[in-house]
Structures are given as structure tokens and as C-alpha cells.
Design a protein around this ligand. Structure first.
Ligand code: ADP
Length: 187
């Protein structure tokens, strides 16, 4: 499944580069220093230019599971929401809750700034080694719940870098859709 409608909002999955997205905000999978890193973080700072780092330096870092906003510099997206996912150890150190929190807080920051469209990379599944299938389920379920609760956000796009990551998110989105249907029936 590549698309799921929830009320007047939509979740969509695409394969591509997060830095090229035309949403109001793109989300950065940052680290707690907010001072740059590899993977998505490096790509966003390279594409967006030094204005983003200059703003990050004023933010005093970011706790794991939280999110903070800067402008988008030279990016098409006008804003970058920097969030910090957990480093995966064994799944018993709060990693699932912290990952869900990173998605939830990113959406809250978007809403608080009046944004309606947002693109996420697959947080924590690169250098932070969160297993992709479990991370994809948490990502799609957390976003779906937030959209159902009503957040003013009309589009959440997950931008996956590889075909295997996209396949994991397609499966997860189908599972999330089935879960939502079951809950609706019970009401
Ligand atoms: P983390 O440290 O949270 O694990 P990473 O940046 O190491 O974050 O990786 C997160 C995911 O983002 C990985 O699946 C990686 O392949 C992917 N990725 C890397 N560069 C990009 C990009 N330009 N656009 C979208 N996804 C990317």
C-alpha cells in the first residue's frame, strides 16, 4: 500500500531523496547536538547550506524523542524539523516509545507553526540501527493516530531511500490501515 487517506489527510510513501521534497517542512534525523552528522543529516545541511547550521547552533541541542524547527535555507521546503530518534540497542531500552515520540513531536512542531505538509525520512534505521520492519510499523501507526486525532496536517509523505525500505513501509502501512479498520468497527 502506497497511500492511506485518514479523514481529509493523507499518508503517502515514495522512494526518493528527502532534500528534494516540496512539502512545507522536511524532517531531519538529527543527533542530540543538532550540529550535523552523516546520512540524512549531512545531506540536508549540504543541500540547505550554512543558514540551517547557524540556526541549529542557537537551539542548545535536542533530547532524544523531541523535535525543533529551523528554516530550510536553500531547500525547496521552507522549514526543517530536526528530531532525534533513539540509538537501537536491544529494543528494551525504551526505543519503540522514543521513536514514536520523535514522529509525534515532529508533527506537533509542524502544527504549532501552522504547517500542513511534511516529509519524513526513516528515522533511526540508518546509523542508529533500528530494525526496519519494526521502525516502519511504529512510524506509520504513530502518524496515522496523530492524523486521526486531527492535527491540521493534510499530507505526511515518507521518503524512503532504498527499494527494500520502501517495501517495509508498504507492508507497515497496510498493517496500520487494517488496524485502523478494526478499531473503527469496534466503535
Ligand atoms: P539515523 O541516525 O536516525 O539512523 P540516518 O541518516 O543514518 O539516520 O539514516 C536514516 C535513513 O535515511 C536510512 O534509511 C538512510 O538510508 C536514509 N537516507 C540517507 N540519506 C537520505 C536522503 N537524502 N533522503 C532520504 N533518506 C535518506
Amino acid at each position: 500500500m502506497r497511500e492511506l487517506s485518514i479523514g481529509s489527510s493523507r499518508i503517502e510513501l515514495v522512494r526518493g531523496d528527502i532534500t528534494a521534497q516540496d512539502t512545507d517542512a522536511i524532517v531531519n534525523a538529527a543527533n542530540t547536538s543538532l550540529l550535523g552528522g552523516g546520512g540524512v543529516d549531512g545531506a540536508i545541511h549540504r543541500a540547505g547550506g550554512p543558514a540551517i547550521l547557524a540556526e541549529c547552533e542557537q537551539l542548545g541541542g535536542c533530547a532524544t524523542g523531541d523535535a525543533k524547527i529551523t528554516t530550510g535555507g536553500r531547500l525547496t521546503a521552507k522549514h526543517v524539523i530536526h528530531t532525534v530518534g533513539p540509538v537501537y540497542r536491544d529494543g528494551r531500552h525504551g526505543e519503540p516509545d522514543l521513536l514514536a515520540s520523535a514522529y509525534r513531536r515532529s508533527l506537533e512542531v509542524a502544527t504549532a507553526n501552522g504547517l500542513t505538509t511534511i516529509a519524513f525520512p526513516s528515522i533511526s534505521t540508518g546509523a542508529y540501527r533500528f530494525p526496519i520492519a519494526a521502525a516502519a510499523r511504529i512510524a506509520t501507526a504513530t502518524v496515522a493516530r496523530a492524523l486521526r486525532a486531527g492535527s491540521g496536517i493534510t499530507l505526511v509523505r515518507f521518503v524512503l531511500f532504498s527499494a527494500t525500505d520502501l517495501a517495509a513501509y508498504e507492508q507497515a502501512l497496510a498493517d496500520t490501515a487494517a488496524g485502523l479498520q478494526k478499531e473503527e468497527k469496534k466503535r
